[in-house]
Design a protein around this ligand. Structure first.
Ligand code: 26Q
Length: 834
């Protein structure tokens, strides 16, 4: 009887779904169809889909609470999950078609409801999106996992353009409600800061430390389910929001100091208020350190709570959880876990250290020295006095070991120390994470090699077995099946749909590269996706682009090392060539940019302005505008990415070699059949290996050559003086050709290029222009281009996040899939296991 009710409650026929939407509209939203807004309908549909995730979710978690399965705990300050509805329609029993019928029956359009969902922008870019892809793959692979992070009230800002400049708008993503999150007021943990420490002897006469914090906030869990594809496994994100312990400080209140009392509350709620919009650390931001400690502490306390519920002893913690640190942002976990073990649970230091190291693993995402997190010691000690003591103790013991191995090598000691003592003192978070973990990995083969050679070289010499490479990957569910349904259907029509969970199957497409009819269908799909992007561009910018031109795309955060400016220099060169008719045959291009600049990053914002200025200048030149167009799509995010990647012909991956740890956009483009023009940097190296050198447009200095050129004294002016086309382009920027004669506006760009050129754009310019020439040539032969495009998709399987996660599972976490098929079905009358 109950089981039957369960089936009715969450049935998946169009009729069941229609009824469920109406029920939710009425009972969860308090609305009737006649008065419902698009948001009401969207919410009702989202609740109906969420209802259909509950059984699997509760069942999976009951299993995890009961049985000794090792759970992956992915700690990340960012989860850039993107819109949930579309992905859940795909992953939850693949019910999109049924839902479309149900929705149409209600007089609605599914596309409109999908478009209505706001982007949950809980991340800056690559690192946050990687965490989201990994959670999806973990679930698809039936691995038990919890993604721990922060429930930011305001996610990454929205980018507007005003007169070509970036303007930031607050992201109020929760203002209309979030149907995917379960607030769990009963799951809370307390997190202290400040105050003082003291030492004492406990009842057994043991020497102990006690920390009396000055401030305490409460973290409340907000759970968002994560569905896997083609499995009943469901995992979840547990994102913490901060609250004041009491809604009022009654002492202050009674004194009549109402504002002081409320101020406390406001300060507590500030912790999870807003995502820092920089994808690099900024020195001295105490609130950021507080955020990191807040979510890390809540998460570790939560794991210990779950571990105890399972009836396990504290000293087997590492058998319950494999804790992955997504960059150094949660690296305070090393000291916090030690504090919880030693101070709170009374464990011996050596035992605690052993368990901590066994539980933790650290992923590094950058080699750039300015991007390595370090906190000024006074700031750190004020916020986390006990943690500083613990870090000193870890450091003392660690350096004793180093001294024994390398007697007298003080320089090595200074480099390895957890404390930077060069002038001001700092806590080095990468060193802390490395020492406290049993595994350290880079995110692409080249990056992992450079890690061992440069930033973590001394650690590598100490413990070479700690170091791994796990090349990044992206989920083919969101980035191919969901973003590009037409291409997915075309692929499945030839090789079946197994490729969705078995990435190697894509290889079976290779023979179809030689099939004329298939190539024609492939082009038709690309054309369709280009029309869709053209419509989006028109809606966002008012610019009409021609889908018959080559779509040449660079979308990613704005950063000097990513060299959007090199792309602009080429565009200006092309503009000049068209104007001067020096190029007989030019392949018409639409050059598309998108990406946010950190609000305080002056140069990145000026580059956005330059792109928009070049765009208008070209657009107002009738002789050029049909053959060359430049557009900047504002507010690039996951949602627009899903429209942009499938529509690209050419993917720009042109960072200075040695600077981009991996890149993941490069994978999304290639998966959707775009060809790459790129340097030997990050995962480009492996993408080229996979798709074949003949299907990849390579240019530029290698990482070794970059280092060597810098060492031997790089002089950008030499390139400027020797190259008339380069000189012309830079002179135009400086002389006001794109700024109505204003010679000051873009001066900082010109000066930076000619005086320093930190990222060696000028050194790579000629090679880039020549490579672009080869691209233009290749595009003229559409049959050849299509063949290359198909081969890109066919050979990109390695970059599925499923492959990455299998490697983490095998080499770092030592976890196995759980067999859910053996579980009895959950029925509503049976309470979930306690
Ligand atoms: C740190 C401290 C204080 C404030 C902000 C930060 C912060 C926030 C975000 C530092 C870094 C980030 C994000 C970094 C990032 O996205 N890195 C990218 O990670 C991708 C996934 O591995 C790689 O593909 C990219 O190459 C890498 O740049």
């Amino acid at each position: 009887m109950q089981a039957l009710q369960d089936v009715v409650r969450t049935g998946t026929t169009p009729a069941d779904l229609k009824q469920a939407i109406l029920d939710n509209l009425y009972y969860a939203q308090g609305r009737i169809p006649q008065l419902a807004t698009t948001n009401d309908w969207y919410m009702a549909l989202a609740f109906a889909i969420r209802d259909r995730m509950m059984n699997d979710w509760i069942r999976a978690f009951a299993r995890v609470r009961r049985d000794p399965v090792k759970v992956v705990s992915y700690l990340s300050a960012e989860f850039l999950i993107g819109p949930q509805l579309g992905n859940n329609l795909l992953n939850v029993h693949d019910i999109r078609d049924e839902v479309a019928i149900a929705v149409a029956d209600l007089g609605l359009n599914l596309e409109d409801l999908l478009n209505h969902e706001p982007e949950p922008g809980l991340g800056n870019g690559g690192l946050g999106r990687l965490a989201a892809c990994y959670m999806e793959s973990l679930t698809t692979l039936n691995l038990a996992a919890i993604g721990y992070g922060i429930y930011y009230e305001f996610g990454l800002f929205h980018q507007d353009l005003q007169n070509g400049w970036q303007v930031e708008k607050t992201d109020k993503w929760l203002s209309m409600g979030n149907p995917w999150a379960f607030c769990r007021p009963e799951i809370t943990h307390y997190v202290g800061t400040g105050g003082h420490t003291e030492q004492y002897h406990d009842e057994q006469g043991r020497f102990r430390a006690r920390w009396t914090p000055e401030n305490v906030v409460r973290g409340v869990a907000n759970d968002i389910p994560v569905a896997g594809y083609g499995t009943s496994m469901t995992n979840f994100l547990r994102l913490w929001s901060s609250e004041a312990i009491d809604s009022f400080d009654f002492q202050a209140f009674n004194k009549g100091d109402y504002y002081d009392a409320v101020r406390e509350k406001v300060a507590s709620e500030t912790i999870s208020k807003v995502l820092y919009p920089n994808d690099e650390p900024e020195a001295g931001k105490v609130l950021r350190l507080h955020q990191q400690y807040f979510f890390t502490s809540c998460s570790l306390q939560d794991m210990i709570r779950i571990h105890k519920i399972r009836g396990c002893a504290i000293d087997t913690f590492h058998e319950s959880f494999a804790v992955q640190l997504n960059d150094t942002h949660p690296s305070i976990a090393v000291a916090e876990l030690m504090r919880l073990f030693v101070d709170i649970h009374g464990m011996e230091w050596d035992t605690a250290w052993n368990i901590t190291q066994k539980a933790l693993a650290y992923t590094n995402h950058t080699l750039l020295p300015e991007a390595l997190e370090k906190w000024p010691l006074p700031l750190f000690g004020k916020l986390l006095p006990r943690h500083l003591e613990i870090i000193y103790e870890i450091n003392r013991r660690f350096l004793d070991g180093v001294r024994a191995k390398y007697p007298g090598d003080n320089e090595r000691l200074a480099r390895l120390s957890l404390i930077d003592e060069h002038d001001q003192k700092y806590v080095r978070m990468a060193n802390l994470a490395t020492v406290g973990s049993h595994a350290v990995n880079g995110v692409a083969a080249m990056h992992s090699e450079l890690l061992k050679k440069t930033v973590l070289h001394d650690f590598y010499e100490l413990a070479p077995d700690k170091f791994f490479n796990i090349t990044n990957g992206v989920t083919p569910r969101r980035w191919l099946a969901l973003s590009n349904p037409e291409l997915s259907r075309l692929i499945s029509s030839k090789i079946g749909d197994e490729w969705l969970c078995n990435e190697n199957n894509l290889r079976q497409l290779e023979p179809f590269a030689d099939d004329t009819a298939f190539r024609s269908q492939w082009r038709q799909v690309k054309q369709l996706r280009k029309q869709k992007l053209a419509a989006l561009i028109n809606e966002r910018t008012g610019i009409a682009v021609n889908p018959a031109t080559m779509f040449d795309v660079q979308v990613k955060r704005l950063h000097e090392y990513k060299r959007q400016l090199l792309n602009v220099l080429y565009v200006i060169t092309l503009y000049n060539r068209v104007r001067h008719h020096t190029s007989a045959q030019i392949t018409p291009r639409t050059v598309i940019f998108g990406g946010k600049a950190a609000p305080g990053y002056f140069m990145a914002k000026l580059i956005i302005k330059l792109i928009n200025s070049v765009s208008s200048t070209i657009d107002s030149d009738p002789a050029v505008r049909d053959r060359l167009k430049v557009v900047f799509i504002p507010d690039f995010n996951v949602k627009s990415g899903q429209v942009i990647y499938p529509a690209a012909d050419l993917s720009e991956q042109i960072s200075t070699a040695g600077k981009e740890a991996s890149g993941t956009g490069n994978m999304k483009f290639s998966m959707n059949g775009a060809l790459t023009i790129g340097t030997l940097d990050g995962a480009n190296v492996e993408i080229r290996e996979q798709v074949g050198a003949e299907n990849f447009f390579l240019f530029g200095l290698t990482a070794d050559q970059v280092v060597e050129l810098k060492r031997s004294g790089y002089n950008p002016r030499r390139y400027y003086d020797a190259n008339p086309e380069l000189k012309e382009a830079i002179d135009q920027i400086g002389s006001g050709s794109f700024s109505s004669g204003d010679q000051q506006l873009f001066r900082p760009i010109v000066d930076s290029l000619l005086d320093r050129d930190e990222y060696m754009l000028l050194a790579d310019y000629q090679a880039y222009v020549e490579c672009q020439q080869a691209v233009s040539q290749a595009y003229l032969d559409q049959e050849r281009w299509t063949r290359m495009s198909i081969l890109n998709t066919a050979r990109i399987g390695k970059f599925s996040s499923d492959r990455s996660i299998r490697e983490y599972a095998r080499d770092i976490w030592h976890v196995e899939p759980i067999a859910l098929a053996l579980e009895p079905p959950t029925i509503l009358s049976e309470p979930a296991a306690r």
